[in-house]
Write a protein that binds this ligand. Structure first.
Ligand SMILES: [Zn+2]
Ligand SMILES: [Zn+2]
Length: 114
């Protein structure tokens, strides 16, 4: 379910999608499953500036998120606009090891509706 998503999903979104396969599925069950998967390290939580916890597979590798300001969905991007490679040294002795980045804008679905 989470693996097939095009971006991290909130518990509500997982619930909505799962209902198609499992009518009658309660949201409490989704919460329990998410908690279990987190404990087993299979998924991790992604919290963006809107404060909503979303979840994605833990082994996705380096990627960034794009949040649509219109529909609030979050997508995975496979482009990385950051040019610092690992161990890039910045002035004043800062050594870069990783970065996080979230882009904001309009998703393809919302762009089509304009
Ligand atoms: Zn959108
Ligand atoms: Zn990057």
């Amino acid at each position: 379910m989470i693996r097939r998503a095009d971006g991290p999903l909130s518990v509500e979104e997982i619930h909505e999608r799962a209902l198609g396969d499992m009518p009658g599925l309660g949201i409490a069950t989704v919460y329990r499953t998410v908690k279990l998967l987190l404990e087993h390290g299979q998924i991790k939580s992604v919290v963006l500036d809107d404060g909503v916890a979303r979840y994605e597979a833990a082994d996705l590798g380096h990627h960034h998120h794009f949040r649509c300001l219109n529909c609030d969905r979050v997508f995975d991007l496979d482009v990385c606009p950051v040019e610092f490679s690992d161990a890039t040294k910045l002035p004043h002795g800062f050594v870069v090891e990783d970065h996080e980045l979230t882009l904001f804008g309009t998703c393809p679905t919302c762009t089509d509706q304009v």
